[in-house]
Design a protein around this ligand. Structure first.
Ligand SMILES: [Zn+2]
Length: 371
């Protein structure tokens, strides 16, 4: 059921356009995936996501496992039925949130023991349990449990995390295979901090396990931008070209265009949704802060020419008023625009790649930015 085809490879860079086939339909790449942490992309409905051009969303295993949990979600035959989103879903392994949100996370021989950030209850997340949870969530793409290192991480610390990540990846793959694999794909995650030797080792060992796709984890964790791009530039070509390549948790529009140029196919980030709720709107010229006084009587839409529902119907002055009045509609309208901006940005990048004009597109993008 799962498949990936590269339709066009740029002649001037590693940028490429492709299609991923999933049990819930195709995904055209490069693609941006909005984050639906708790079973919703905050403040917008699935219909609004579809109207914004969203093809695939991300769900967080850690949160959904703790609340509402298996009994509730299984009654709806998985996350698709529960949240009424019938397009493709990617779920993370839960590992990142265990290490960043849960209390007292401790790596053991079996997996990682932690206490819920909600009620302090004790849990154990193992590679096998992560695959089991993602199984009942019913996502189209599951991720292997991994251990992400903070920045900076010593060689020794990054090496230990890479070892754990590889061991867990093997166990995830075995659990996935013994569950039958079915219609759900499984991606491996490359770790190794900013150490090229470890990234190479991680990528090569994971490639040998033959996953459905591959992700680079542990990027955008506080390292300088140059080092993030350098690590991605080094690591992406080490992954099999016939599989989708996903950069986790990055980032800004300028990061996305640079990473597409280096050969990345998939992205997720909370930036468009989180910033929308902070009154920050993304535009081709840069970020617009809706609270600024000069938007008080501004009758322009957030981004003139934008085809989203918000820009077709509302002015900056109205959005500013809603935001300053803390009206709930502010979050929804801002989110619709930002999600549309990211999704449409990747759609236009894809179009440019298909015409082999991506590098010109990238040049024009940087010329338009107010830096
Ligand atoms: Zn718009």
């Amino acid at each position: 059921m799962f498949g990936f085809n590269v339709l066009k490879q740029s002649t001037k860079s590693r940028a490429r356009a492709g299609v991923i086939q999933t049990a819930h339909g195709p995904v055209e790449t490069p693609v941006f995936m909005p984050v639906g942490t708790l079973g919703s992309v905050k403040s917008v409905t699935p219909e609004e996501l579809t109207a914004s051009g969203v093809q695939i969303i991300l769900g967080n295993t850690y949160h959904l496992y703790l609340r509402p949990g298996r009994e509730v979600i299984s009654r709806f035959h998985g996350l698709h039925g529960f949240m009424n989103w019938h397009g493709p879903i990617l779920t993370d392994s839960g590992g990142f949130q265990v290490f960043s949100l849960a209390k007292l996370a401790r790596v053991t021989a079996e997996g990682v023991a932690f206490q819920s950030h909600i009620d302090g209850s004790s849990h154990l997340l193992t590679p096998e349990i992560s695959i089991e949870i993602q199984g009942w969530l019913g996502s189209d793409i599951m991720m292997c449990l991994d251990q992400c290192t903070a920045y900076p991480a010593s060689f020794e610390a990054a090496e230990r995390a890479e070892e754990t990540t590889f061991d867990w990846a093997r166990r995830c793959r075995d659990a996935w295979r013994s569950a039958g694999g079915g219609h759900q794909a499984l991606f491996g995650i490359v770790q190794g901090g900013m150490h090229q030797e470890l990234r190479r080792k991680s990528a090569e060992r994971l490639a040998a396990l033959d996953f459905s796709g591959y992700a680079l984890g542990g990027l955008s964790v506080g390292e300088p931008l140059d080092l993030m791009l350098q690590t991605a530039d080094f690591s992406l070509p080490l992954l099999p070209d016939e599989k989708p390549k996903y950069i986790m948790g990055v980032g800004r529009p300028e990061d996305l265009i640079d990473l597409v140029c280096l050969g990345a196919d998939m992205f997720d980030c909370v930036l468009p949704t989180r910033n929308a709720r902070n009154g920050q709107l993304f535009t081709a010229d840069g970020t617009l802060t809706i609270t600024h006084a000069w938007h008080r009587t501004d009758s322009d839409p957030p981004e003139p020419g934008c085809a989203c529902y918000t820009c077709r119907n509302y002015s900056r002055a109205y959005l500013r008023h809603l935001f300053l009045s803390r009206e709930l509609l502010a979050y929804r309208l801002n989110t619709i625009h930002n999600v549309h901006f990211f999704v449409d940005f990747l759609r236009r990048i894809r179009e440019a790649i298909l015409k082999d004009e991506f590098e010109d597109f990238k040049k024009r993008f940087y010329e338009n930015r107010e830096i």
